[in-house]
Design a protein around this ligand. Structure first.
Ligand SMILES: NC(=O)c1ccc[n+]([C@@H]2O[C@H](COP(=O)([O-])OP(=O)(O)OC[C@H]3O[C@@H](n4cnc5c(N)ncnc54)[C@H](OP(=O)(O)O)[C@@H]3O)[C@@H](O)[C@H]2O)c1
Length: 332
């Protein structure tokens, strides 16, 4: 079958690989679309210790074409979206049945865009910071995959005010479609943090995938009993010093969220959140926004755009089933 592999030259190559078979507790999914996400940038930069050549791709939408031992055959032929540990940039991917979700009736592009970003955004709002009606929420990387979904979940949870931070005014114009009350640029946010502007507004919840100075500035903007959830390190992993006594006296909390770790330690918890999030998508309460669709050969270009902040919302990869001889059970 065809797959896009990441090789030791740090480039993506469209090539032929052996079709994988599902093991115990796993399903094989014939992929129609795969989501492209920040993890693909990180894996190319060598942040994860994976053997090369490596078939990347951590989120896939398609149909179940095989089940391993212990998995119900009733899944065969079902449209699904799957959170994977890699392998989604291929005609067939192997996924844990526990992290494969029924997506019948959902457009496959939307199902692919669902990815890790939507359950992550759901968890940040509902199980980590537990946004309450009327609360003020600040969302960093507000025009990105997680950011656009988090704003919608926060709004649906009854947040009183949702403010987003973006790279520039063009990105602010895009993000404005997702329920933000106000959008500010990173420069504006930093200026307030450094005291070069009037005191900024306070927030009950800050969602921070950035780190560094942004994290410290976010802490300063937290209202009493506020919660800052850190879930990424877009600006690098430099340590940030926290004053525990100061947090205690103001009732503020710093929390973290790691969906990849959760998928390995408590997959049932991630699955529960993913099902809630998928229902919200199916019911039209929130929507992942697909803004770019690439062919398999163009994955490198897609990852470059993502890495330099040149994307909005979600990019997806179209998997062409005609690239190899279709197998009767696979694409009929
Ligand atoms: N912990 C978890 O479970 C989990 C799960 C999913 C994703 N994540 C993390 O969440 C982050 C966002 O993921 P995503 O899928 O939403 O990515 P995405 O759609 O690619 O959005 C990333 C956006 O972040 C902004 N950005 C890039 N560099 C930045 C910097 N130095 N400072 C501030 N903002 C910067 C850019 O938008 P602007 O230019 O508009 O700011 C960029 O488009 C990543 O760090 C990812 O690893 C974590």
């Amino acid at each position: 079958m065809k797959a896009v592999v990441l090789d030791t030259d740090d480039r993506f190559h469209l090539t032929d690989v052996a079709r994988p078979a599902p093991g115990p507790g796993q399903v094989a999914v014939a992929v129609r679309y795969a989501g492209i996400q920040w993890g693909d940038v990180l894996v190319r930069r060598g942040h994860f210790p994976v053997p090369r050549p490596f078939v990347a791709g951590f989120e896939a939408a398609g149909r179940v074409v095989g089940v391993g031992p212990g998995v119900s055959e009733a899944l065969l032929g079902r449209a699904v979206t799957a959170l994977t540990a890699g392998g989604a940039f291929a005609e067939v991917v192997i996924a844990s049945a526990a992290l494969t979700f029924d997506a019948e009736g959902i457009d496959p592009r939307t199902a692919a865009a669902f990815g890790w970003a939507t359950p992550t955004a759901y968890d940040l709002v509902h199980t980590v910071t537990r946004v309450r009606p009327g609360e003020r929420v600040l969302v960093h990387a507000a025009a990105g995959g997680v950011g656009t979904m988090a704003a919608q979940f926060a709004r649906a949870a009854g947040a009183g005010r949702v403010v987003g931070v973006v790279g520039d005014t063009e990105r602010a114009a895009y993000a404005a479609r997702f329920g933000y009350d106000r959008l500010i640029t990173r420069a504006e946010f930093a200026a307030v943090g450094e005291g070069r502007a009037q005191e900024g507004e306070a927030f009950d919840v800050v969602l921070d995938p950035v780190g560094g100075a942004t994290r410290l500035a976010g802490l300063r903007r937290l209202a009493p009993h506020g919660r800052l959830a850190m879930y990424g390190a877009l600006a690098g992993s430099a340590p940030v010093a926290l004053d525990g006594d100061e947090l205690l006296m103001s009732g503020r909390s710093v929390m973290s969220y790691n969906s990849d770790l959760l998928s390995r330690t408590h997959p049932e918890r991630l699955a529960d959140s993913a099902r809630h999030a998928l229902r919200a998508v199916a019911d039209g309460h929130v929507r992942p926004d697909v803004t770019a669709e690439y062919e398999m050969a163009d994955l490198g270009e897609a990852a470059d755009r993502l890495a330099r902040g040149g994307t909005y919302g979600k990019s997806i990869l179209r998997i062409e089933p005609h690239l190899t001889e279709p197998e009767p059970d696979l694409f009929s």
